[in-house]
Design a protein around this ligand. Structure first.
Ligand code: ATP
Ligand code: MG
Length: 285
């Protein structure tokens, strides 16, 4: 039997989100301690646990068919893989930061300085793009303490909340790139494998769509149906369900997480009552 092979991070920031995504796709995996690989339940899938930074190479070489990695490692690995989906978790940015007392006006401040980073390719690209000459100090971890130790003038590191920078007396001065977890694939020729990729991708898309939407139910006077319809985006248009009270109806629709509160506020302002918001498990187009 053909098995699809997917590499996910063994441990670290992507591990939990990757396993959760598979779980939401109906695929369970035992993340067995120091096991290198595991046969999944619920899909013809083998999960290989690797280091984030190694995954693009394994995918490129065809050792595994798919991988879940941080988008930023694709820049560093310079491997030829294709992004199939952006997965919406492990969102972060690669940011340049300097000690907070530094009088930093613009990027030209960096000329002739030392920048500590674990992400040399992205940092170099930024320097070249901006015609800057700075030297890179390659460090594999705890980059944020290097200015305090006198190892560097600035750092280029991944940030999500910015708390780590702040607690190390650094301020963020530029964003080089944004990153999130992505599903990648290499070249696949086997037809059966291609089919499995499509099936998995379809499940993933259904899960991601559902995560972005909420199901909304509300009551409104019959006279307000058109107004509510104009506010509710929906997949097609809202469903109308009659109530015992002939002057009122119940409207059902889906709304996007992004403009969630704006829509709710607008509905309330038009006289919607008893608004219920329900999570959606899967959304199939
Ligand atoms: P490995 O040690 O497995 O090679 P790594 O050192 O890249 O991997 P992590 O620090 O777990 O491992 O980061 C994995 C990915 O998570 C990064 O490539 C990035 O996309 C994302 N990430 C890194 N830092 C953050 C952060 N502060 N917030 C959110 N996501 C982050
Ligand atoms: Mg690491």
């Amino acid at each position: 039997m053909t098995l699809l092979k997917i590499a996910i991070q063994k441990s670290g920031r992507l591990n939990e989100g990757s396993l959760k995504l598979l779980k939401d796709c109906g695929i369970s995996v035992e993340n067995g301690g120091d096991k290198l690989k595991a046969r999944a339940n619920g899909f013809d899938l083998e999960v290989i646990f690797l280091r984030n930074s190694d995954i693009p190479h394994y995918v490129e070489d065809g050792v595994v068919h798919l991988g879940i990695v941080g988008e930023n490692v694709l820049v560093e690995s310079e491997s030829k893989v294709r992004i199939l989906e952006k997965l919406g978790f492990s969102r972060c940015r690669l940011a340049l930061a300097v000690p907070k007392e530094v009088d930093y006006n613009d990027i030209n401040w960096l000329n002739g300085k030392q920048i500590a980073t674990s992400y040399p390719k992205a940092t170099e690209a930024f320097l070249i793009e901006n015609n800057l000459t700075a030297s890179l100090h390659l460090i594999s971890g705890s980059v944020e303490i290097s200015p305090a130790l006198g190892l560097a003038d600035a750092v280029c590191d991944l940030v999500s909340s910015g708390n780590t920078l702040f607690s190390n007396g650094l301020k963020e001065v530029a964003v080089l790139m944004r990153s999130e977890a992505v599903l990648i694939q290499g070249e696949i020729n086997d037809l059966q494998v291609k089919q499995l990729v499509q099936q998995l991708q379809f499940r993933i898309q259904s899960v991601l769509n559902a995560r972005n939407f909420k199901y909304v139910l509300l009551n409104c006077p019959v006279s307000k149906i058109d107004k509510m319809n104009a506010i509710l985006p929906g997949m097609k248009s809202p469903s109308i369900i009659p109530l015992v009270d002939k002057n009122w109806v119940s409207l059902h629709s889906v709304i996007q997480e992004n403009d969630f509160w704006n829509v709710i506020d607008a509905l309330k302002a038009e006289g919607a009552e008893g608004i219920l918001i329900v999570p959606i498990e899967k959304m199939v187009y």
